[in-house]
Structure formats: C-alpha cells, structure tokens
Design a protein around this ligand. Sequence first.
Ligand SMILES: *Cc1c(COP(=O)(O)O)cnc(C)c1O
Length: 366
Amino acid sequence: MGVPLLDLPAQYRELQSEIDAAMHDVMSTAGFIGGPKVKALEEAIAAYCGTSHAVGCGNGTDALILILEAMGIGEGDEVITSPFTFFATAESISQVGATPVFADIERDTYNIDATLVEAAITERTKAIMPVHIFGQCADMDAINAIARKHGLKVIEDACQAIGATYRDKRAGALGDAAAFSFFPSKNLGGAGDGGILTTDDADLAARARKLGNHGTAKKYFHDALGHNSRLDALQAAILSVKLPHLDRWNEERRTAAAVYDELLADLPLTVPVRRAYGEPVYHLYIVRTPEAPRVMEALKAAGIGTAIYYPRSLHLQEVYADLGYALGSLPEAEAAESETFAIPCFPGITREQQEEVARVLREALS
Ligand SMILES: *Cc1c(COP(=O)(O)O)cnc(C)c1O
C-alpha cells in the first residue's frame, strides 16, 4: 500500500459541487480581476486571522514583497530572518534591495531562535521576519519584545501556518503585518498561485494594495512604481468555498500528528516538538534521524511519499555566496538539512495509511 505525501485531488472531490458552482459564477459574470469575490475573501481572511485588513495579491512571495515595500524597506536596509525556510522568505528581502541577515534556528522547532536575534541587529536593521515553519508559530512574544526595544517592524512569514495559534491569537495577527500563500499544497490552497497579506495598520494596507496594483489608487493616475500582483476572482471564489473547512482540516492534521507521535514513540526518531504557547497546524510532519538518507530510500521503495524540507539552508545558497556566510556559521540549520524529512500528514489520511508509514519506518530503523 503506497501512501502519498499529500492528497490534493481528495480535497477537490470533497467539495466538488460547491467549487464548480463558485467557478461557474465567476465565469458567467466574467469579473476575473478584483470584484466582490476578492473583497469577500479579504474580509473573511481578516476576520479569520483577527486583523482589521487583508489585501489579496498574486502569491505569498509578493505578499512579503508588498509588505516590505509598503514599510519603506529597501536599499541599504537589513532584515533578520531564518535560514531554514523556503527560498521566497529571503528572496523577498533581496528583491526589494535590502539584505537578509540570518539568525540560526532552534534545534527542536526549526523556528528562528529568538535568543540569537538581538546579536544580529545592526544600525541598518529595519525588521525581523520570523517564519512559522511547518505550521508552528515562532516565539512571537520574545521576537516582538526585541523589536519594540530596537524600534523594528515584525513581518510574519505565515505562508505555512494559516490557522496556527500563539496564545490567544492566530498567525497573521502576531506582528505588524503577515504574508500568506495559497499555493495549492498549503493548508489553504487555491487552484494555482495566490496570496494575501494581513495587518491592523490601515495605511500599510492601503499602500500595499496600491503597490500591488501598479502604484495606483485612482485608475490611470500613478504616484508610485508598483507591480501587477492581484488575487484572481477565480482563486478567491475557490478559496472562499474552502475557508469554512480549514479549521476541520487543520484539526485532522493535528489528529494525524498525534497518531504518529504515538506510533513512532519507541523508535530512534525525533518527532515534531510542540510548544505550549499555541496550536500548530502541521503543514508538514517532520521527523529527524542521522539515518535520514537510508530511511527515505526505504520509504520511497515502499511507495510512501517523503521529501526534504529543506536540503540547503538559505545562507549557503549559491546566490547568497556574496553575503559571506561560512559553512558551520549556522550549525543548527545545517544539521537539520541532512537529518530531517517529511512523512505523509494531510487531512483525511487514514489510520491504516499511518500504520503502514510507521511499519516501514520501524523496519528501516531496526
Ligand atoms: C510557500 C511559501 C512562500 C511563498 O509562497 P508562494 O505563494 O509560493 O509565493 C514563502 N514562504 C514560505 C515559508 C512558504 O512556505
């Protein structure tokens, strides 16, 4: 019995009639850019995250870029972030002309280590960009305290963490602004690219909206250089059908994670650590062993989906050679690269599928 890493077609089958109707609605009115579907999704996401504003855009990377630009961050500025994340996190910082500065991660959560952030601050630092990696929030109280002390902005890369909580709040409402991605495999995924940013700052939201729409707030009058980065009405329509199911899907991921925690408890394998400060949403269920390459081979041979997130930390990427990080400079991120991998964990995964994954892991590790 093979087990996929993720089962996206199942998500469509579950909601097919509603999704098809929502798409048909957009097709028959031909209102493809902006309009009521996008506005409705923005309002629903803002309400869900507990922020006053949400602004749709082309993808999660653009959401980060629009936030940075709306904050006036660019050439000569530095932004402190995690080296253990998808490339887009640091790419957004570089794309606005600023420089990413990497602080190492916590060994157990893989999130940026807040105790290392202060040492990375210089007079050029403008913001901290924590990533809620694999769906668990970074330690936002500690990060916000450092930011307040040094007058820095906090930008959440919440692309993997929609619905995750930190104390009594949700990801997206934990800093000055946050970016979400609707990439199909994210916990709330569209039928293509899409993204949204959230904030309580009305001016920031208005600036980001303008920058994502060619620098115009009034059609054909431009007072800034912007981008063409808007959320399609088709995506908004599909996402609005899916959003009411997100909490249940996230709960199913948490249940699946608890089942693995139990099935794998006696194996020489580190399972994800959950901090007491909030509920993660298990975008990925990451396990750790020095035997990672061999164990992954066994999983693949048994038809079980597995992948490395991420095989190369960002400070060691070729494109960042000029930043001058030596091998060994961020040891926890570098150790995680070669010892961690994801196993199937998605809404609807069955106990039998999980037992099969556990059986293959047990065999490979014994
Ligand atoms: C997916 C992702 C992004 C980028 O989102 P896109 O919609 O693909 O542009 C950024 N950061 C993290 C952590 C992500 O997982």
